[in-house]
Ligand binder design. Structure first.
Ligand SMILES: [Fe+2]
Length: 504
């Protein structure tokens, strides 16, 4: 177990991930009637949930990454009359609760239990995504089962194993939802424990009943952060960040970039498959990021998978065995399309086009979720284009570090090939957007885009609401000004007011 702990300190170390905008806040709060500049349409009525890593106590290990902070959930409730309220609560994980009792950090390195100060049953920080399912909020991180929360109060209900049905030790932070049936499609990797190559794929009905489980063995013990689903198939892109149990036992990092490992893409029937049915397609070493969507080409049955792809290691804080990592400003991720024949015996795959679908450095792709698993036209995402005019000189001392920077929101139209851009300001960076459909409209992409924006001039956070109608995307429809700074977060989702009871 652990080495002796250094004395408790009230200060976070001077690493960039704890400075400037990234300084942990520890904030739990309620605020009502936030300042709204502009007008929020009555059609936008519901709650935007998102989660950020926000460490409760300074770590006792060196250079603790942004990803290791305690999950702190924000809920922005937009009422039909345009009022906006804000609530923020930590997920009461076992880690959070025991550290609060001890008044100090007890958990060691990211996903390395051999560096902990005490023995935890569950180490998760629940800091990666928050989804609404079957009347509960589920706070997710891919190393453990979800924690369930009350969608109204954000009170933690507890660790959630679907009433004993959960077949895997782990649960992805990116489950997919079938918009027609409400079915939740899930998987866990390292599903039998740290360093195991086992992948567990499972489906859960909208009512919370486990429908199917398939156990697979991956060709490498590596990170499977996101996945893709079509009408009849599921797709597992493997990031060449590899895990080694001996390294963990020696107190090392969970992940190490492996330049020798190809980008594997597992393809399995969505229903009724078995371990014998999985095919591991391959592409040369590269970093697959988040999935925008996938669907089956109706004329060929081929799988069309749109996801971010970078030639270099996006998780630069986990270098290769020699300590090599790209400089963050050189990393370039693009929205890229793979077309895969699931029946092919040729397992080498290449992107369809010589160039990517969209060429800015981009990530956090979202679609109109009503069109998940079907052919989509619209993709919304974070993008970085220095030519837009960001005043890097002014904001550099305030940025902090250890997280990706995107200075704009973008809308890519796969039908026209055009990209529209929203630039929030010269001293701003954006977080992941969510799409909100216009009430009463069934047209794909007809609605609004909402994103949390970091303002480095005021050192405060803002919500920016955009109209996704072509020609209107570049203007901000309404800006909600928060009285606080919210650290850079990971993922979130919009839940319509009809699906969550309202607090006045
Ligand atoms: Fe993610």
């Amino acid at each position: 177990m652990s080495s002796p702990l250094p004395p408790v300190t009230s200060h976070f170390p001077p690493n960039p991930q704890f400075q400037g905008f990234m300084k942990p806040s520890g904030l739990e709060a309620d605020a009502h009637n936030l300042e709204v500049i502009g007008t929020i349409p009555p059609s936008v009525s519901g709650t935007f949930y998102r989660v950020m890593p926000d460490p409760q106590f300074p770590p006792f290990i060196q250079n603790d990454p942004w990803f290791n902070g305690d999950g702190n959930i924000s809920a922005f409730r937009i009422h039909p009359d345009g009022r906006v309220s804000f609530k923020q609560r930590y997920v009461r994980t076992e880690k959070f609760t025991r550290e609060r009792e001890a008044q100090r950090a007890l958990l060691g390195k990211y996903r390395n239990k051999y560096t902990d100060a005490v023995e935890f049953a569950i180490r998760t920080t629940a800091n990666t995504n928050v989804v609404h399912f079957n009347g509960k909020l589920l706070a997710l991180k891919e190393d453990a089962p979800p924690y369930a929360l009350d969608p109204d109060t954000l009170e933690t209900i507890g660790l959630y194993d679907f009433d004993g049905q959960l077949p895997s030790l782990t649960f992805t932070a990116h489950p997919k939802f079938d918009p027609k049936t409400g079915e939740m499609l899930c998987f866990g990797y390292e599903a039998k424990g740290d360093g195991t190559p086992d992948v567990c794929y499972y489906r859960i009905s909208a009512e919370g009943k486990l429908l199917e489980t398939v156990w697979l063995v991956a060709p490498v013990v590596a990170m499977i952060h996101d996945f893709a689903v079509t009408e009849n198939w599921v797709v597992f892109p493997i990031i060449p960040q590899v895990c080694d149990l001996d390294r963990l036992k020696a107190g090392g990092e969970h992940w190490q970039w492996s330049p020798e490992t190809p980008f594997y893409i597992g393809v399995l029937p969505r229903r009724g498959g078995s371990a014998a049915d999985v095919k591991w397609f391959r592409h040369p070493n590269s970093f697959p990021g988040h999935v925008a969507n996938a669907y089956e080409d109706p004329s060929t049955g081929n799988l069309v998978v749109d996801l971010g792809l970078s030639a270099s290691n996006v998780f630069f804080w986990w270098p290769d065995a020699q300590g090599n990592a790209p400089r963050p400003e050189t990393i370039h991720s693009q929205l890229t399309r793979f077309t895969i024949n699931p029946k092919s015996e040729d397992l080498e795959v290449t992107p369809d086009m010589v160039t990517a679908l969209e060429t800015t450095n981009s990530e956090f792709y979202r679609i109109d979720d009503r069109f998940a698993f079907q052919q989509h036209r619209h993709v919304f995402f974070d993008a970085m284009d220095p030519a837009l005019g960001t005043d890097f000189g002014a904001i550099a001392p305030k940025l902090g570090g250890g997280y990706p920077l995107y200075n704009s929101l973008a809308h890519f139209d796969a039908q026209t090939g055009k990209t529209e851009v929203y630039f929030p300001g010269r001293t701003h960076m954006v977080q992941e957007p969510v799409f909100i459909p216009k009430k009463g409209s069934e047209v794909e992409g007809d609605g609004y885009l909402l994103a949390l924006v970091n303002n480095y001039d005021t050192m405060g956070s803002e919500l920016h609401l955009l109209d996704t109608t072509e020609g209107k995307f570049g203007e901000c429809l309404a800006k909600v000004v928060l009285p606080v700074r919210l650290r850079h977060g990971l993922h979130g989702n919009w839940v319509d007011a009809n699906n969550v009871k309202e607090t006045k």
